[in-house]
Design a protein around this ligand. Sequence first.
Ligand code: 9D3
Length: 293
Amino acid sequence: MRFDVVTLFPELVLHASGFGITGRARERGLWALGTVNPRDFAQDAHRTVDDRPYGGGPGMVMLAEPLAAAIASARSAQRNAGGAASTVIHLSPAGRPLTHARVMQLAAARDAGYVLLAGRYEGIDERLIAREVDEEIAIGDFVVSGGELPALMLIDAVVRQLPGAMNDATSAEQESFVEGLLDTPHYTRPEVYAGDRVPDVLLSGHHAAIAQWRRTQSLARTALRRPDLLAQARLSMQDRKLLAEMAAAEAAPAVRDASTIEAERGCSDHKVGMTSAAAPTSLPRKSERKQQA
Ligand code: 9D3
């Protein structure tokens, strides 16, 4: 697999991709990286790559011509490296948000060549996008300053799925997200940290009980923090029963008053409550702890 990133900041992309799993995978030859700077294709002495928007408005727009030449250069680099046709992806706040499913599709094309177009300023001349871009991808509903970090996130997410990028222990960890639930809490030594104990079940050596505790934690967290994920998640009958118990605790205010429910949750601003049986026994996050009176 090969990525060529079209960017005004090639050093940022080259440097940031050199660490950890992506860095090692590149050393192992699992993927290759190139960068092309559109400034190298600017047509004037000032090496201009942007101009003011037609119709007015704030900020600057990236010129089509230097970008077209940069994309042509990236395509040519991929051809020379023996790749088939390149796919051009524009990282854009106006794109469809990247998902695990799309990451897996991108990773499945082992010999693919991806040209990642990372913009700066307000955006890119739409005619360049219409002519050259196959797909527009965003990384979330928030604004960052340019497409480089989004491009690096896409590369990171895809490369770690390539066979041989990770050892087996880390690959197995992936399965929790594949199932569409948030991960369980993790603990390591010491057994008591700042007066807080590791949950007893994790020290019990009772593997079935541990697996059940972790599953309950994942379900409870997902219900609390990402209820939108539950609709898509792969749930067993027992999972559904646990979730129904959590929901029932919320739906039965007669048996406990609001302050009790709030205390059991360890926080006050979530939609789904928990029974003591189903509740996370782990500590609430600092931001989720109730203020001491
Ligand atoms: C109100 C106009 N802004 C659009 C939200 C202008 C604008 C801000 C920031 C245009 C581009 C950018 C730079 N962002 C990206 O290039 C980007 C991005 C993002 O900001 N959020 C989520 N995903 C992405 S992918 C590329």
